[in-house]
Write a protein that binds this ligand. Structure first.
Ligand code: SAH
Length: 440
């Protein structure tokens, strides 16, 4: 069946129409004519697979990665980079118009990533056996089929070298993939690095790592902080188990960012593209004028945004639910001489209700996970008198749905998308909202 691709979907796939039924086709680009077979037909959409590309897009290129079509992480790698940015803007636009009727002129062009390969400062990869060797890679969706990924082009080059060296050591010392019955073996490997210093967490069953393994790992150039996490819970989206064991080196990983001195624990979240994190934080700071009394940052992680805003208010409070991250954030405030910036461990909505009853919040910055703001959070914001909101989003769909609600009390002033993840369909967005003068 022949289909012409009209637009890009939220997962980076091409969307065409059979009669008026949308059909999602992975691996097809806008303007391409493709011969497809329909593999699934639902009431409101269908899923097609490419048999053959009849007319190629002029923006189609050979992907740098051989595993691109198997791994699924980088669906846009088959298009030239400037075109990827247009797709991302288009997906954002579609979502903000569909859910919230945002004026598309408010949406700026996507700020490109400084590096389009080797930009990711962290990986969290499952480990398993492939042909008698312990590998780090991925499980095919909904299956036990494991693929060892020897080289990932979006990981920083040095991070990839670290991964290969760690895997060599684990293999030399005879470690195996995780076995649920025995509760033993290597389950995941998590490594992050800044300025050639690395923090590594090995997620295992109830195993003890051999002292010789720990020694060898610590002798790797750049290994700075070594942890183990015991994780025997069967089906869970969590990568880290409840138990963290500090093995060697330093507990915290330092990071120098744009004049700030930060430290991070393994379980704390930090932006995955370091150079783009700087662009993101500068964009947020540029939207907020100085001389405020009180700024609140919800979903504050290790506190980087609040510290970027340190000169904009007399007091800043960050709210974050992961305890390790809150401990990091408060240390980070101290290290950077910011006595007026502090962080609390709580649910964002819960604490915001309390704070907004007690005093006037001039600016609220939110940077929620992909699920967006929950109902309690939205309700609290609508009832508050918060004048400005900077909404940092990593999901265009939940951003659109949340803006639809917030617009009863707020104007969307501008929307600045930033590319943090070239080749993937992800779009990071900073939206400035200003409270309407009079409520209806
Ligand atoms: N702004 C930070 C982190 C953003 S990621 C940065 O730029 O680095 C989102 C953060 O929200 C994570 O640290 C996560 O632990 C936290 N989080 C998730 N749900 C939360 C909730 N209900 N309340 C408070 N924090 C939450």
């Amino acid at each position: 069946m022949k289909v012409v691709i009209k637009k890009t979907g939220i997962n980076g796939e091409g969307i065409g129409y059979i009669d008026r039924l949308p059909v999602f086709v992975a691996g097809a680009l806008v303007d391409e004519e493709v011969d497809i077979r329909v593999v699934e037909r639902k009431k409101r959409y269908a899923i097609g697979e490419v048999n053959r590309i009849i007319k190629k897009s002029k923006d189609r290129i050979q992907p740098k990665c051989r595993m691109q079509h198997i791994c699924g992480g980088c669906p846009l790698m088959i298009a030239r980079y400037p075109r990827q940015l247009e797709y991302k803007k288009d997906v954002l636009k579609q979502s903000l118009i569909k859910y919230a009727q945002v004026n598309p002129r408010k949406i700026q062009n996507v700020l490109p990533s400084a590096d389009i390969f080797g930009y990711r400062n962290q990986f969290k990869m499952p480990c398993a056996m492939e042909e008698n060797r312990l590998g780090s890679g991925l499980f095919m969706p909904n299956s036990n089929y494991f693929i060892d990924i020897r080289r990932c082009f979006v990981h920083e080059d040095e991070l990839e070298k670290m991964r290969a060296r760690i895997m060599d050591i684990l293999n030399a010392d005879g470690y195996l993939g995780y076995d649920h019955h025995q509760k033993s073996g290597i389950r995941n490997l998590v490594v992050r690095g800044f300025d050639n210093r690395y923090q590594c967490t090995i997620i295992t069953g109830e195993d003890e790592l051999l002292p010789q393994t720990i020694d060898k790992l610590m002798r790797l150039p750049g290994m700075y902080s070594l942890w183990q996490s015991i994780h025997t819970i069967k089906k869970t989206p969590e990568i880290f188990g409840p138990k963290m064991i500090f093995l060697a080196g330093e507990k915290l990983l330092p990071l120098h960012l744009d004049g700030l001195d930060l430290e991070i624990s393994p379980r704390s979240f930090f932006q995955l593209n370091t150079k783009q994190a700087i662009q993101l934080y500068r964009t947020i700071a540029s939207m907020i004028s100085g001389n405020h009394e009180f700024i609140v940052e919800a979903y504050s992680g290790i506190g980087a945004i609040s510290l970027y805003l340190k000169d904009k208010a007399k007091e800043i409070i960050g709210i974050e639910s992961i305890k390790d991250a809150v401990v990091n954030a408060n240390r980070n405030a101290k290290k950077n001489g910011c006595a007026h910036v502090s962080f609390v461990c709580d649910d964002a909505a819960n604490k915001l209700v309390y704070l907004s009853k007690k005093r006037t919040i001039d600016v609220l910055v939110v940077d929620p996970p992909r699920s967006g703001l929950d109902d309690a959070m939205l309700e609290c914001i609508l009832r508050s008198k918060i004048k400005e909101i900077v909404y940092v989003s990593c999901n265009a769909a939940t951003l659109g749905k949340n803006l639809a609600v917030l617009q009863s009390c707020y104007h969307v002033e501008k929307v600045v998308p930033i590319d943090m993840f070239p080749h993937t369909p992800h779009v990071e967005t900073v939206t400035l909202l200003r409270r309407k003068e009079r409520r209806k």
